[in-house]
Ligand binder design. Structure first.
Ligand code: SF4
Length: 290
């Protein structure tokens, strides 16, 4: 029998939007037919990043903003695993921004879920990169991750969901996980996940979200049209959600890192670097240097 870690009780505030992601991710893993022991979740720093503690799967709590680097490392060292990185907007879109942009370009088959609550909940509600002008004295325009993701011409899966609609979120996560399992590349899902303690946007977001993927004639393979539709939706004061990009079947699969470099990377990554195995080599090196 393969063992996984046992989940601990949640430490989130009652009603936190992250519970929606937790429930949807549990269901999606089961619906996609992925055994728990084949799943690894790399959590970021922040309230949402603790999600791996509440699931019966293997997990790592990454350094602040570095969860994508660690998740890619896990995937390259054991490509059979389904690897999910999950964290918040402060973690992913501030200190983690460099990794965020390059994850689309490298296109490794992992799923990245960002729970966006437009604030730093864990440190008591300061303005984050997605906070609107006026929130806690913020004077900067909010960062939009979906527009950024759509602007990078790589064959990724891109979607936005809402914690108040866990059923749709589950469907989106199932598609994203299957996309990864088929080695199609990087999947990014931004979930609008209200922080009920410091920025309770549940009611406002429920009224404002528009599932653009349900509009007549919508085509998630048409990047330009979706980008334009997102801008138009935002200009009308609404928030676009839905599957924003799905590559055509004839587009290339995962990126250069995964397909071209993987054989070279897996060897060293899988090598035994334990002290006991390598003591003779270290001794030889010390002798040569002395
Ligand atoms: Fe959720 Fe906000 Fe509480 Fe953190 S502080 S657990 S984000 S409701």
């Amino acid at each position: 029998m393969v063992e996984t870690v046992k989940p601990t009780p949640s430490t989130w505030c009652p009603g936190c939007g992250d519970f929606g992601v937790l429930a949807a991710l549990k269901k999606a893993g089961a619906e996609a037919g992925i055994p728990s022991y084949q799943q690894v979740l790399v959590g970021g720093i922040g309230c949402s990043g603790g999600i791996h503690n509440f699931l019966e799967i293997n997990g790592i709590h990454a350094l602040h903003g570095r969860l994508l680097a660690q998740a890619v490392g896990v995937k390259l060292s054991n490509p059979a695993l389904t690897v999910v990185a999950a964290g918040g907007d402060g973690d992913g879109y501030a200190i983690g921004m460099g990794h965020f942009i390059h994850a689309f370009k490298k296109n490794v088959s992992i799923l990245y879920i960002v729970m966006n609550n437009e604030t730093y909940g864990l440190t008591k509600g300061q303005a984050s990169p997605t906070s609107r002008v006026g929130f806690e004295g913020n004077v900067e325009q909010p960062f939009d991750a979906i527009l950024t993701a759509l602007s990078i011409p790589a064959p990724n899966f891109i979607a936005r969901t809402f914690s108040g609609d866990p059923r749709t979120m589950t469907q989106v996560l199932v598609e994203a996980l299957k996309f990864n399992r088929a080695n199609r590349g990087f999947a990014f899902v931004e979930d609008l996940s209200p922080c009920v303690t410091y920025n309770d946007t549940f009611k406002e977001w429920r009224e404002k979200i528009v599932d653009i993927s349900k509009l007549p004639g919508y085509d998630a393979t048409d990047r330009k049209a979706v980008f334009r539709l997102c801008l138009e939706t935002m200009d009308s004061g609404k928030i676009p959600v839905g599957v924003m990009h799905r590559p055509r079947d004839d587009e290339p699969k995962a990126g250069a890192l995964e397909l071209k470099l993987l054989p070279d990377l897996v060897g060293p990554a899988a090598a035994d670097i334990g002290l006991a195995t390598n003591i003779p080599d270290y001794a030889r090196l010390l002798k040569a240097l002395s």
